[in-house]
Design a protein around this ligand. Structure first.
Ligand code: TUI
Length: 315
């Protein structure tokens, strides 16, 4: 069985598996390893300075001949500058988060860049398709980081009904069962973040990887609802402080307290006062593996689940 869909054709990749473009987490080392293994690796730009992202893109180009992408976080203050640099450098794929990339779509596509926006809702996905998106990444609220309020289980089939471009399911997927489930819902690809946080090539601090590997079912919490930008993280001292500010309805104080905390966790390894953005499926991630082993395992598990289903349900 080959997991070939319109997405693998569109992107020129072997497997319809995208690695989430996690800020301060998904650096070129991880992205290149995932792309070399047949998935689509993504560099997470987050709030990276423009020159640093340029270096990341150039490093990825030397480390892989296969397609890779950059995730642009649209709330970044210097987003216009980042987009211009990406246009100048040229990358095969751009994914976007935390906003509507409409005003950049034409410029990116004129450079031959495929644009895959992340949408947490149906109305936005429809607008993005009209704006020319090549595919939509539907991210459910099981995901880590900044999230919407629908689950992957209800978002994915509604997206599939609402748009005619390929839908990529994200949020809550960590193994081959999740991939098979996403395909059953009509998705033509999946995006996984948390599972790749513990890839050997992921350059985050080892103490954060240890927290992900130790996480159990109820160890994440959604913080910052009062700010309008809810964020799922692993519970720690920082998340408890933010929860208290949420209860006191102090969104400005949350923004101030949160500044710089993602890098503090991922780069410095401060697992108490850093922002440990991770998805609910941290509880389903059990071992540190090379990215190529993760991809191979995901593919063989998904294929086995899909092959075994008819017998299991008597179809
Ligand atoms: O973007 C993400 N995940 C992220 S971004 C991030 S950095 C950050 N930190 C604190 C606050 C805000 C951001 C950490 N994790 N995932 C994709 C995603 N996109 N989730 C939700 C959205 C989204 C939300 C609203 C996409 C579009 C959107 O559109 C609103 C509009 O403009 O209509």
């Amino acid at each position: 069985m080959a997991l070939h869909t319109r997405l693998t054709t569109l992107l020129g990749i072997e497997y319809p598996i995208i690695q989430g473009g996690m800020a301060w987490t998904a650096t070129w080392e991880l992205a290149a390893a995932v792309s070399n293994a047949g998935g689509l690796g993504i560099i997470g730009a987050g709030q990276m300075p423009t020159d640093l992202l340029r270096e990341q893109i150039r490093a990825a180009k030397t480390a892989t001949d296969r397609p890779f992408g950059v995730n642009l976080m649209l709330l970044t203050p210097h987003i216009d500058e980042l987009v211009q640099m990406v246009l100048d450098e040229g990358v095969p794929v751009v994914t976007t988060g935390a906003g509507n990339p409409g005003k950049y779509m034409t410029a990116l596509q004129e450079k031959g860049i495929k644009v895959l926006p992340i949408a947490p809702s149906i109305a936005l996905a429809r607008r993005l398709e009209q704006g020319g998106a090549d595919a939509i990444i539907g991210e459910g609220m099981e995901a880590g980081g900044h999230i919407g309020d629908l689950t992957t289980m209800v978002l994915t089939p509604q997206l599939v009904d609402a748009v005619s471009i390929p839908v990529i399911a994200a949020g809550g997927i960590a193994d081959g069962r999740g991939i098979a489930a996403a395909f059953a819902l009509g998705a033509e690809g999946v995006q996984l973040g948390t599972r790749f946080m513990v890839a050997e090539e992921c350059t985050i601090h080892p103490d954060v990887k240890a927290k992900v590997l130790k996480a159990r079912d109820r160890d994440t919490v959604v913080t910052g609802l009062s700010t309008g930008h809810p964020v799922r993280v692993l519970k720690n001292k920082l998340s408890r402080q933010i929860e208290a500010l949420d209860r006191a309805n102090e969104p400005e104080q949350i923004e101030a307290l949160g500044a710089g905390k993602l890098a503090l966790a991922m780069r410095q390894g401060d697992v108490e006062m850093g922002s440990l953005m991770a998805g609910q499926c941290a509880a389903m991630v059990h071992s540190m593996q090379p990215a190529a082993v993760i991809i191979a395992e995901l593919v063989s598990e998904a294929e086995a689940v899909l092959r075994g289903l008819p017998a299991r349900v008597g179809a």
